[in-house]
Design a protein around this ligand. Structure first.
Ligand code: 4HQ
Length: 255
């Protein structure tokens, strides 16, 4: 029988240890050990050619800071293509990119082989963006000191969508952004902790009522903190009636 083909991920960075250590832990660490995902971290400096092993230079036109020079990045991707096969995507992490969402993670998980280039300094030479990267992704509207944390975020979110990586497939399907709503509240023992009690419905054993309560809580939380998610979530008539009730309650409370 043919061996199961695992997803290949390559990360190119000037700080390989910063990427390797987190990947060795938890769900992702186990997936790598089990061969479900094949992750390699590449030291960009291994692909330099000058004796100082330079990866950056001053910006043409002047200005503060340094810019990542194209040659080592192109050479690194060439080496990956030779050793590991042609990747389906070369991602540049940058605050200028399209926002990385759960939907983007689902798309990448289907690609089979993805390279992530971690930027540093003021950014990368634009020829990398245009002629080496196939896409540019941002993990959010804030400025980080490098693309290593974004690369880890991307690898983590993609890895848990590969079949077998997360033990319980049903829990992956039920996750917040897969359902389009925020999570319902979770409790565990003890039923009373420092006088704080678990909602009685969860102890009732009435499965249908528990599901209904969870759905309502998820809708209430989503309305409260991420109302824009309700525009694309799959809602039924009962959901809409409950949201209407919540809005009316809120209006009464405000007056
Ligand atoms: N950076 N999402 C600047 C980010 C970032 C983000 C990565 C900072 C690249 C050059 N990347 N370097 N946010 O802030 O992806």
């Amino acid at each position: 029988m043919a061996a199961a083909r695992s997803m290949k991920l390559d990360v190119v960075t000037i700080f390989p240890r910063m990427v390797e250590a987190p990947l060795a832990e938890g769900v992702v660490g186990r997936a790598i050990q089990r061969g479900l995902i094949d992750v390699r971290v590449h030291d960009l400096r291994a692909h330099t050619t000058d004796r100082h092993r330079s990866v950056d230079d001053v910006p043409f036109g002047g200005g503060p800071g340094m810019v990542m020079t194209p040659e080592p990045l192109f050479r690194a991707v060439d080496a990956i293509a030779r050793e590991r096969g042609e990747p389906a995507a070369v991602i540049l992490t940058s605050p200028d990119g399209r926002l990385f969402t759960h939907r983007e993670a689902e798309r990448l998980a289907r690609l089979g082989h993805v390279v992530v280039l971690c930027g540093r300094y003021e950014g990368v030479d634009d020829r990398v963006r245009h002629h080496l990267a196939t896409e540019e992704l941002s993990i959010g509207d804030y400025v980080l000191s490098g693309g290593e944390l974004p690369a880890l975020v991307i690898v983590d979110a993609v890895a848990r969508l590969i079949p077998g990586v997360v033990g319980d497939e049903a829990s992956v399907a039920r996750d917040t952004f897969a359902r389009g709503l925020l999570d319902f509240p979770q409790y565990t023992r003890p039923a009373a902790f420092r006088g704080l009690e678990v909602p009685p419905v969860l102890l009732s054993g009435h499965h249908a009522e528990i599901e209904r309560w969870r759905r309502r809580e998820a809708l209430a939380r989503t309305l409260e903190t991420r109302p824009e998610l309700l525009e694309t979530a799959a809602l039924d008539d009962e959901d809409r009636a409950w949201l209407q009730e919540l809005v009316e309650l809120r209006e009464k409370g405000a007056s």
